[in-house]
Design a protein around this ligand. Sequence first.
Ligand SMILES: C[S@@+](CC[C@H](N)C(=O)[O-])C[C@H]1O[C@@H](n2cnc3c(N)ncnc32)[C@H](O)[C@@H]1O
Length: 495
Amino acid sequence: VVSAYDQLTYPGFAYPSTHPWRVEVLARLFGVAAAPAATCRVLELGCGDGGNALSIAQTLPGAEVVGIDAAPGAIARGTVLAQAAELENVTLRVGTFEALDAELGSFDYVIAHGVYSWIPPQARAALLACVRERMAPAGVAFVSYNAYPGSYLRDMARDMLRYHLRDVSGPAARLAGAHALMETIVAIDEPSPYARVLREHLERMLGVHDALLFHDDLAEISTPFYFHEFVEHATEHGLRFLAEADLFESQMRGVPDSAGQLMASLPDDAVVREQYLDFFKNRMFRQTLLCHGEMPLRRALDEAAVMSFAVSSLARADGLAQADGEAFPDDEETFSTPEGFAMTTSEPHVRAAMYALADAAPGTVAFAALLDIAAVAAGPGAPREVVAERLREVLLQAYLARVVGLHGSAPPVSGRPGALARASALARAQCAASAPAVSSLLHTNVALDGQLEQALLPLLDGTRDRGALAAGTGASEAAIDAALTRFASAGLLHG
Ligand SMILES: C[S@@+](CC[C@H](N)C(=O)[O-])C[C@H]1O[C@@H](n2cnc3c(N)ncnc32)[C@H](O)[C@@H]1O
């Protein structure tokens, strides 16, 4: 299982939902006093070549990140990149869950992304035992895995590919054979709905990076689980279901009343509820947060916790532009994100807060600063406590609707390029190493667009002005400005 990861380089992606600044928020909303992300200790189990661990380290300079993987080649590649990016707060080590070095100590956040479903049963048990042993008392673990019922579709595709590739070995030949079979099936216009569902799934598989296809779908082991099975296994290891890493998925949005009635007839239990949501949505992948079994949880979200977070939003007002300095008209206004998530409000203080977030995007605004802005817009007649209560209520709803993001600590990012722009050192090192995507300071993956961006990014070490950048790339200053603006909006530039 492990040697395959040294055969084909994994792309080294950042996985946004694993980041402690997001996990901290979820833990606090459910009443767990999780460690502040800014100064936490993070352990990533099965970190591969460290793409995720390195990106977390560069975004949390005050945190300590340790990545463990059994594949020496992957660890060596990640270590070279960490050195090139001069990241001193991350260590990648060759090791196994079965025999983890006791001297590593305990961790506030433990991450196992894309591991649990891809290892044999004994290793799965060792992984959960390791989580229990290494996690601090108020620690939180992130474990992702393929889920049933949706993954029956994956199983269907895997079974066909396994048969088709039964005598084929080596990554290049297996990938070529897989593409040939999938492209053939996708091109057949078989009208039955069942064939169409399979075609759409194969089309999605054809769109993913070759290394992910090879390691995830063509892997020797890829075992999905029903959510309740995963939780039972976690419980056996002294762990408890805290929440799903994306609360949007844990809500009943978009399901008809009949689903709500069925849900109401079930036992009042978060695990049962989540399991039925998987049935309703035919879910195929889960990112589950676990805490220690002894941890008391509050299932109603703690709205007051919002006041300690940094807030971000990519939402923009549809239509109306803000009247600078003037009172807000009483109209309703809708704020929509680029992905199409939206909220509508006519409250001047909420609108003022949304404008402030748009102005700071992709960076964050601390709740307290947002409250100052909202209080001014609400006018002298509105008591500050009332505005604060309304603001946290609205922000929590907007977070659940994917209109705003909440962070335990602010990403070290600037929405506007300064005179001497400085890009993330990790992104510069990844660019120099021709990585397929680079990691932003928001812990997202950014694909570079064309030769100018490839040439420009490594030069952004904070010492060059526009003239020097133009000379260094052979591009006009206008073209440099446009590229820097895109870099800033993608979260690649420091403040
Ligand atoms: C599917 S890859 C996921 C890599 C990375 N977390 C990601 O999502 O991009 C699974 C990783 O787990 C590692 N692994 C498998 N069994 C292990 C074990 N018993 N101890 C440590 N690492 C293991 C493999 O070497 C591999 O890098």
